[in-house]
Design a binder for this molecule. Sequence first.
Ligand SMILES: Cc1ncc(COP(=O)(O)O)c(C=O)c1O
Length: 442
Amino acid sequence: MVTDLTEKQAREKILDQVSEYYIKYHVKDEYKDGDRISYAARIYDSQELINLVDSSLEFWLTSGRYTNRFEKEFAEFIGAKYCALVNSGSSANLLAFMALTSPLLGERAIGKDDEVITVAAGFPTTIAPIIQYGAIPVFVDVTIPQYNIDITLLEKAYTKRTKAVMLAHTLGNPFNIKAVNEFCHSHNLWLIEDNCDSLGSKYYYNGEWRYTGTIGDIGTSSFYPPHHMTMGEGGAVYTNNSFLSKIIRSMRDWGRDCECPSGVDDFCGHRFDRQYGGLPLGYDHKYVYSHFGYNLKATDMQAAIGCAQLKKLPDFIQKRKENFTFLYKNLLGASNKIILPETEKASDPSWFGFLITCSDARRNQIVEHLENNRIQTRMLFAGNLLMHPCFENMKRNAKGYRVIGDLVNTDRIMRDSFWVGVYPGMTEAMLTKMVNCIKDQI
Ligand SMILES: Cc1ncc(COP(=O)(O)O)c(C=O)c1O
């Protein structure tokens, strides 16, 4: 019973019990041959559970002290001035893109029918916001075995309507940021880095190593469980541009003009003394809207888990790199039969997975063999997004998107590529089993 305790003592008692609960019910047995080898999993200890329960006991629920802490610490980690926590990586992409449509950006705002250069080999919600808004995604091919944009096609894709480039760093492998950024600067375009699969990847830029997601105008992250760190559902949008940050926060928080944090009134001291739009002088600033926004905030419970995960992130990144290297070294002898992934120049990837391209239409056979041996596999998400039912209507009308050349490599990825995991929970026994099973079938 906790009735005779102070609130602080009661909380401590509960949190001690949470620690015990974690040890008794959450600590897993070591991997044995025959166990399933998943491509990714949450890695956590009692601290994530403690933070989660601590936050739920407070019952603040919406963004609060853990959110503030997470946004500050995440921004410090990644080297961005501003970070906004959101409820998913897809929401992060939506928000990043929509921020660039803000009328406050004047001529640089992305408008309907403006074009955004991207690739079709990837995850659908990198592209969905472009289409949903009514802008035109312009698809170019990727290279194999880097699986990133073919930068030689950038100029071909450019028209007077091009306003932005929006790309993911595929499975942790940074795209050629130098070339893409130079292209963007030369045409005055925005660059959104979808960093959802590459948290912790670095790129050598202007004489220093920088985290991906911080070199373009806006970067995005996902904290869905398979990703580099998790809070269940969650995402982040980050930038070094204070004006963009203001727009991002406005659009995340219902489109409002005011910057009061949740539960705070009159943060700026001018709640009732200004005039906006056609509103009467003194209209409550809390209810003044400078954008047509959303509510994309995460809960403080998610942020609480994120604060604990962030402390583990450097180790997670290191382990992912080691696991990738193990697979690479042990599969190198088979590189005449399968195409191994190649790190982009000037980069230090924090890998999300180990991507393989097969020859002779053997992909499905190899994948089946791995799955039969309880090794989980994944495709490069959509393969070629244009081949999916969601594109059928647009194809019928032959409008709403453009394709530059033929997407030969994108199609090949759809047919011949798959990936296996390198998440930090993998042991040498698991990795060895994966190597042997792949070698069995090639
Ligand atoms: C490249 C990329 N962008 C965006 C997302 C979307 O993230 P979420 O699942 O958090 O919405 C994912 C999901 O895995 C992804 O791989």
